[in-house]
Design a protein around this ligand. Structure first.
Ligand code: SAM
Length: 488
């Protein structure tokens, strides 16, 4: 399966896939945990919660697999390839277990939830299977495997948000962090496995979100990304599932906090902290969110707004609850209210029954929007989804790949069109670290989330710097610093 992103955007940074996490040792801890994560940013964020829970159980994290007592793999089911990557990794862990039979192996996350105890039968080396809502049960499950029994907990929850677990920031740059605000998803897009693996949608208490943001600021972090499968659907009314909001009391309804309000609360609480959010779903994104973005300088001018297809017929078959025309209206509103707002997409090529005409609709939608970035995938049938049950995966692999190539090529053109618009301007950049390609250069991002690279001079990581943009590629801006920004 072919997929490609034309940016190094953090949400699904390919270079992060499979990275292991290490945090500082805690006095008295005697066992070593090796934890590896795959998939979306939510999974990386969940691994920080798991490490926090296990730090209290006597585990320090390690990046050396050979010294681990417990190996955990936080898995992804979104496409078949993601699952295959994990299966290959388990073969590697099997060799490790042969050398050291005392090592225990646990599978966490979406694959654990999808396959449940079947995992134990299919992969003999796995000792423990834990779904995304069961991490607080890890202490009990580890006791089980310590006593030689296999352990499984894949129960999905109505109210678990881990709001009371302070995540440990693992392998962090100390500048940017993710803050989870919702769990699960109620959208039921027909191609997507997420509602089955992560359960129904629920929102986290804004009080605990604000506490986490304030704490991050105190510790020197300068940018946060509010995370959820569908952040615009955020709704806090005292706890419980989003779908049960109808049954809430009048008081709960009157004091409920929606996403626009949450954004405002966070922006006001830390006016110098940069705020981003991901992912937005077009059907749930409202004007008040865009207006809140425009009102607060510290909310970045960037929206990740997956559309998946440009064809009304396919959008309907995908159960995306908006039309192409409604999507254009949303784009027009964003550009009217925030003219320099960057927009990125997710696109799926070769959904069942997709014709050449549907594919042309996708290309023409892209022409209209001219996205800054994109994440593009060939359709991968996922067992149990509505599409898998109702529609034949009838587009030949070659056709999917060719359509995907055309989508990627067009996105690259548009990426360059967008980056060129920054050339000649001076833009605020938050320095995140050394450029991957040159030790003499810093890498940071502007408000629009475009990567900016410039000579280091005497600037430091975590500083806000004004950078004059002199040149660009289709995904990167090149420039020189002209001083600190007001925000510094
Ligand atoms: N919640 C977001 C939404 O609804 O737009 C993103 C969910 S998913 C973690 C990220 C992306 O993976 C999706 O936007 C979609 O483009 C892609 N994806 C999901 N299921 C897929 C499938 N079965 N085959 C190919 N791509 C898929």
């Amino acid at each position: 399966m072919m997929s490609q992103s034309t940016t190094t955007e953090k949400m699904m940074d390919e270079s992060m896939q499979g990275s292991s996490l290490e945090l500082h040792a805690k006095a008295g801890n005697t066992r070593k945990l090796f934890i590896e994560s795959y998939g979306c940013q939510m999974n990386f964020s969940d691994s920080e919660i798991v490490a926090s829970i296990l730090a209290k159980e006597g585990f320090d994290t390690t990046q050396k697999l050979e010294e681990a007592d417990l190996v955990l793999v936080n898995t992804c089911s979104i496409r078949e390839k993601a699952e295959q990557t994990v299966r290959n990794r388990l073969v590697h862990f099997n060799r490790l277990k042969k050398e050291n039979p005392n090592v225990k192996v646990g599978v966490l996350g979406c694959m654990a939830e999808r396959l449940k105890s079947k995992f134990l039968e299919e992969e003999q080396i796995v000792d423990m299977v834990v779904g995304p809502d069961a991490y607080k049960d890890l202490p009990n499950l580890i006791q089980e495997i310590d006593e030689g029994r296999n352990a499984v907990n894949v129960i999905l929850s109505k109210d678990e948000t881990y709001g009371d677990v302070a995540p440990v920031r693992l392998n962090s740059n100390g500048v940017t962090a993710f803050v989870s605000i919702t769990r699960g998803c109620d959208n039921m897009c027909t191609f997507c496995v997420v509602p089955f693996t992560r359960g129904r949608e629920r929102s986290r208490d804004p009080k605990s979100i604000l506490e986490e943001v304030n704490d991050l600021w105190e510790r020197g972090f300068k940018e946060i990304t509010l995370l959820g499968q569908n952040v615009d659907s955020y709704l806090w009314y005292g706890g419980g599932l989003k779908k049960d909001f109808e049954k809430a009391s009048d008081m709960q309804k009157a004091t409920a906090v929606n996403f626009a309000r949450l954004l405002q609360l966070v922006a006001k609480a830390q006016p110098k902290m940069r705020i981003r959010f991901s992912t937005s779903n077009p059907q749930d994104m409202t004007l008040d969110v865009i207006e809140t973005m425009a009102k607060y300088n510290n909310i970045c001018n960037y929206i990740h707004l997956p559309v998946q297809s440009g064809s009304n017929r396919i959008l309907k078959a995908m159960n995306r609850l908006h039309t192409r025309e409604e999507y254009f209206e949303l784009i027009d509103n964003i550009k009217r209210i925030i003219p320099d707002c960057a927009i990125s997409q997710d696109m799926i090529a070769g959904f069942p029954t997709e014709t050449e005409e549907d594919h042309q609709d996708t290309l023409s939608l892209m022409e209209y929007v001219k996205y800054d970035f994109g994440f593009m995938f060939a359709y991968s049938e996922r067992p149990g989804t509505l599409a898998a049950r109702k529609l034949e995966d009838d587009i030949p692999e070659e056709t999917k790949k060719r359509r995907l190539r055309e989508i990627i090529a067009l996105q690259q053109e548009h990426g360059l069109y967008r980056t060129k618009q920054h050339v000649g301007k001076t833009e605020e950049v938050l320095i995140e670290g050394t450029s991957k390609k040159s030790d003499a250069h810093w890498m940071g991002r502007n408000s629009q989330n475009t990567v900016v690279v410039f000579p280091k001079e005497n600037y430091k990581v975590g500083e806000f710097v004004n950078v004059k943009i002199n040149d660009c590629t289709s995904a990167t801006l090149l420039g020189e610093a002209v001083g600190y920004s007001e925000n510094n």
